[in-house]
Ligand binder design. Structure first.
Ligand code: EPU
Length: 482
């Protein structure tokens, strides 16, 4: 394994991933040395892949395990970098984390939670945004917490003011130092009434993970209600928490003294599923995403249909180690002919997810006419369009709120609306991956383009897309590490 990388198939440089004669197409070659993928585009992606538990639920459910007094078990956990980061942090705090016997099973035993040194914790500085969610659970378990500098994708300033404000209202004392944040709760944590200025996913999770064991009742207004939040509430309820979701983004949490462990199968990763759907459209292919769930993707599916893509909810017969039977999924395909331009804006749930935006824009470069993408969740999430323009796309970004509703970024200096003119013939280019979702969209663009692109920094994709190399191979992509 290379430093900082997830284990890859232990193949010799340039060795193929599958033996000749295997049923999947055998074109992805892997060298163990570098982080640059040569992608030979122009082949429609075709085949079947599977998504597992959602990155943006699994990592939070792992933090929740800290709150219990008995072990918790998560199933269907993907092998991605964010999971490794949380696993590392749990381990440092005395939580025994072990892989169970079944594929994707993770058992977390928090019986002997202990303090970790700031130096040890700081090893994880800059690697993910999840550590901020350790505040409440560590305050409950240890009475203090140290949070390293956060990482995550560079898609805007990504402040943590809502988190800090909420924690202070619960009674936490926050001391910011150059090495990170120290938190204490000299008088304990107490339920409170809060209203978020914006329905932030992370801040809602912060409140949930803190309120469940705070003394008294917490009322959170303007809460995020993403499916991953609802699934986290399910996890906490299994642990003994009492949480009521009212209408109009109001969540009420009755604090309890003790929580126990849980067993949970997370919702599937709807961001990964949509990314592969966009890849099917952009490459004029057909991809069946096993595990994808219609209910969490309705907004995406409507847009997919409006663009001209087709999908079918499937029940596929699967045989893989430990599982033989029927598994549901969604098959996405390009039906031939031209795609339609659309006007879209990203939004909090139940709107069109900001994380669906980048892969879909690649597909929109192939649609006839002018499409509009108004990004209203992050102010700087369109930078990747420059790379698409290098490849032959025609995308202009604007500071104005295009396409309808004015958003928070409208009167500020952020280029957060894009107009995509298509269809454009994409050609190969050298691309540097800027962040997770934009990175995957670079990959899709390279697969859709004619010629051989070099994609630098592909390792970043391992943060959130499990085993993407083997999945590309299974879909017939032609690519190799150089
Ligand atoms: N915000 C603030 N102050 C805060 C917190 C958020 O101003 O204290 C703002 C952000 O700057 C942003 C907006 O609120 O403009 C929404 O941010 P949110 O807190 O909802 O995002 P997050 O919790 O940091 C999670 C996902 C993101 C996903 C967003 C929106 C995780 C680990 N990350 O981020 O996923 O885009 O919610 O759904 O759950 C990804 O998976 O690649 C990814 C970036």
């Amino acid at each position: 394994m290379l430093p900082g990388r997830l284990p890859r198939n232990p193949l010799p440089c340039g060795g193929t991933l599958f033996a000749p004669g295997a049923s999947l197409r055998l074109s992805l070659e892997v060298a163990l040395t570098d982080d640059v993928l040569a992608v030979h585009g122009g082949t429609p992606l075709q085949g079947q892949i599977r998504v597992r538990g959602a990155k943006n639920l699994v990592s939070k459910a792992m933090v929740a395990a800290l709150l219990g007094e008995t072990p918790s078990t998560l199933y269907d956990v993907p092998r991605i970098r964010d999971v490794e980061v949380v696993r590392g942090l749990l381990g440092l705090h005395g939580v025994k984390v072990s892989d169970g016997v079944d594929d994707g099973e993770l058992v977390m035993d928090p019986t002997n939670v202990e303090s970790a040194s700031t130096d040890e914790i700081n090893v994880h500085a800059g690697s993910s945004r999840i550590p901020i969610l350790f505040c409440g659970p560590l305050l409950h378990r240890l009475g203090h917490a140290f949070i390293p500098d956060l990482g995550g994708c560079h898609i805007g300033p990504r402040p943590i003011d809502f988190h800090m404000q909420a924690l202070r209202e619960f009674g936490a004392v926050v001391d910011k130092t150059p090495e990170g944040m120290h938190l204490t709760a000299p008088n304990g944590l107490h339920g409170t009434k809060l209203e978020l200025p914006y329905p932030s996913v992370g801040a809602t999770e912060q409140v949930l993970l803190t309120a469940v064991r705070a003394e008294g009742v917490t009322e959170l207004r303007n809460a995020a209600i993403e499916p991953e939040i609802m699934d986290l509430i399910c996890v906490l309820q299994k642990m003994g928490a009492i949480i009521t979701v009212h209408t109009d983004r109001v969540i009420e949490i009755q604090g309890v003294k003790k929580l126990h462990g849980y067993k949970h199968k997370p919702i599937p990763d709807r961001i990964e599923a949509a990314s592969w759907a966009a890849a099917a459209l952009a490459t004029r292919g057909e991809i069946e995403v096993l595990g994808a769930q219609q209910a969490d993707m309705m907004t995406f599916l409507n847009v997919f249909t409006n663009i001209g893509g087709e999908f079918e909810i499937t029940d596929a017969r699967v045989t893989r180690p430990g599982v033989t039977g029927v598994e549901g999924g969604i098959k996405f395909w390009h039906p031939g002919g031209e795609l339609n331009a659309v006007a879209l804006e990203t939004d909090v749930h139940p709107g069109f997810m900001t994380d669906w935006q980048q892969p879909l824009v690649v597909a929109l470069t192939q649609a006839r006419g002018l499409s509009i993408m108004h990004e209203t969740v992050y102010e700087q999430r369109l930078g990747y369009t420059e790379a698409l323009n290098q490849m032959g796309a025609t995308i202009q970004v604007y500071r104005d709120c295009l396409g309808g509703t004015p958003c928070r970024f409208g009167r500020r200096n952020f280029k957060h609306s894009a107009v995509i003119a298509g269809p454009s013939k994409l050609h190969a280019a050298d691309l540097v991956i800027p962040d997770l979702r934009a990175g995957f969209s670079h990959l899709i663009a390279a697969l859709a383009a004619e010629g051989t692109s070099r994609v630098y920094g592909v390792d970043l994709i391992n943060r959130g897309y499990e085993d993407f190399e083997n999945k590309l191979s299974a879909l017939g992509a032609h690519a190799e590490y150089v």
